[in-house]
Design a protein around this ligand. Structure first.
Ligand code: HEC
Length: 137
């Protein structure tokens, strides 16, 4: 079964807004991603702590797909999508987070394409994208 993140994320965002400000809100946004992802700058400083079983999301805004050179386990289908030259625009990021398999199918034209990421966000993708863009500046 795929994890259902939407209700948690929505309530965490609300909690962040009514609490002490942007730090808490950002931390709440990151909670659903950090099991697998971290944000680590090129100089090695950790901007958002997290796991190492998924690509580093440093500079993800406008980064080409599948371009973390330190991550060796990209799926063939994400690599195939990357071969189209696509980048992580806000729209691509939102589409991917909403339905990773469908995003790859639309981009590659392969109806069998499957993402190596089994996470679907029903809302909040734009906020996560802006959070990550802000961290990487
Ligand atoms: C259970 C682990 C897991 C969680 C939780 C997770 N991801 Fe991922 N993510 C992955 C894996 C694995 C990949 C590589 C997928 C592939 O190769 O097809 C990935 C890939 C990505 C990519 C593409 C990276 C690139 O270099 O092209 C983005 C963007 C992304 N995830 C964003 C997120 C965000 C934002 C969240 C939180 C809402 C999140 N992920 C939660 C495991 C996870």
């Amino acid at each position: 079964m795929k994890p259902r993140l939407a209700p948690t994320l929505a309530s965490l965002i609300l909690a962040g807004l009514t609490a002490t400000g942007p730090v808490l809100a950002d931390d709440a946004l990151w909670r659903d991603c950090r099991t697998c992802h971290a944000v680590v700058a090129p100089d090695g400083s950790v901007l958002a702590r997290g796991g190492s079983s998924a690509p580093n999301l440093y500079g993800i805004a406008d980064r080409p797909l599948a371009s973390d050179s330190g991550f060796r386990f990209y799926s063939d289908d994400l690599r195939a999508a990357a071969a189209t030259g696509a980048r992580w625009s806000a729209a691509n990021f939102r589409a991917y987070l909403t339905n990773p398999d469908q995003f790859l199918r639309d981009l590659t034209g392969n109806p069998q394409a499957e993402s190596g990421m089994h996470v679907e966000l029903r809302r909040g993708a734009d906020e996560v994208f802006e959070f990550l863009r802000g961290l990487s500046q």
